[in-house]
Design a protein around this ligand. Structure first.
Ligand SMILES: Nc1ncnc2c1ncn2[C@@H]1O[C@H](COP(=O)(O)OP(=O)(O)O)[C@@H](O)[C@H]1O
Ligand SMILES: [Mg+2]
Length: 339
């Protein structure tokens, strides 16, 4: 079980896009019908689902969560709908499913797009009539459950490709809340970063949180955050845990903790280059590099900038870390206009 400190549940943000989501969430919480929460990974879908529940008339009842991607097809169905003893090999005892557990409350189906056709068929029935059967039983069970689904894929496209039932999508899409990626709500980046930094400073029993250097602020603002708030949280927490002096503004940012000269070689060099460039580069934002030279230039520049950051702008140390001599390093800095 995951214990969540109350502060961890707080949604933070002040950008217009975020405030609009909060408004939409308050409106949707009241109507007691299914809601879909859509957004890239790490945008806060789980937090929004919890908010929908706790603002709804069902708030005192159960909030049951199932990650549909975490279970293989057949186990998911028994997890959701329960089973009778002997319903399938290994089903020794009877089991109450999550729908029964969530009766009169809310069931949050995370990663709902990964469900099988057979599970979708059962979900359709339960959203339409509130009825289902435990696996291995003929008895129809009636429940009153509000469903909140979440996914990071485009469901209409999935439905168009035959991977998600149109009728289920129509049922669930009574209200669709689409969370904006972090890069589209710039106003929230430093607000969130400061909040996450303050929490770690508190844990480390610092007198106060020294904030971020202007260099780090720039880096945080420019990065395109493919992993959204989750990634920002991890980057900031890492930076504050590693900081040595509680009175110095945080100045070292490490976006990719796996970066190392000894990192295992990726399977395909193409994929590797595009990942490194996409994940590491502040400069390319969401765009993929279009040609080899451009990709290499971006990668070189990022390596130089990172080395400088890691070594607090000590050029000799930074050069050493890249196995370049001082003159080669300076030459590269000049070439990339970083001097
Ligand atoms: N607006 C926000 N304010 C504070 N923390 C947030 C916010 N959005 C996301 N988080 C944090 O980011 C992490 C990822 O959020 P989560 O809801 O699990 O994202 P998703 O389900 O979309 O992948 C969690 O630690 C969550 O607490
Ligand atoms: Mg999630």
């Amino acid at each position: 079980m995951r214990l969540i400190a109350p502060q961890d549940q707080t949604l933070i943000g002040e950008s217009p896009a975020f405030l609009e989501i909060i408004d939409q969430c308050s409106r949707a919480a009241r109507h007691d019908r299914p809601v879909l929460v859509i957004g890239e990974r790490g945008t806060g879908k789980e937090l929004i689902a919890a908010r929908l529940h706790f603002l709804s008339p069902r708030w005192e009842r159960g909030f049951v969560q199932v990650n549909c991607a975490a279970l293989p097809e057949n186990l998911l169905e028994s997890e959701l709908f329960g089973h009778e003893a002997g319903a399938f090999t290994g089903a020794s005892g009877k089991r109450i499913g999550r729908f029964e557990e969530a009766n009169n409350g809310t069931l949050f189906l995370d990663e709902i797009a990964t469900t099988s056709q057979s599970a979708q068929e059962k979900l359709l029935r339960v959203t339409e009539y509130g009825t289902f059967q435990r696996l291995g039983s003929n008895k129809t069970i009636q429940v009153d459950v509000r469903i909140i689904g979440a996914t990071n894929i485009d469901l209409p496209t999935a439905a168009g490709n035959g991977n998600f039932r149109h009728d289920l999508l129509d049922r669930l899409a009574l209200d669709v809340i689409t969370l904006p990626p972090l890069r589209h709500r710039q106003e929230d980046i430093m607000l969130l970063a400061t909040q996450f930094g303050q929490r770690v400073a508190q844990e480390r029993e610092w007198l106060s949180f020294p904030g971020f250097s202007s260099h780090m602020t720039d880096a945080l603002m420019q990065y395109h955050w493919p992993g959204n708030v989750r990634e920002l949280k991890n980057v900031v927490e890492r930076a504050v845990y590693h900081a040595e002096d509680e009175f110095d503004p945080i100045s070292i940012i490490e976006i990719d903790p796996f970066q190392s000269p000894f990192r295992p070689a990726p399977q395909s060099s193409d994929a590797a280059l595009s990942t490194v460039v996409r994940e590491k580069s502040n400069a390319v934002h969401a765009a993929k590099p279009t040609d080899y030279h451009q990709a290499v230039t971006i990668l070189e520049r990022e390596m130089l900038k990172n080395a400088l950051m890691h070594h607090k702008h000590n050029q000799r140390e930074a050069a050493k870390s890249l196995k370049l001599n001082y003159h080669q390093f300076r030459h590269q800095l000049k070439k990339h206009d970083l001097l």
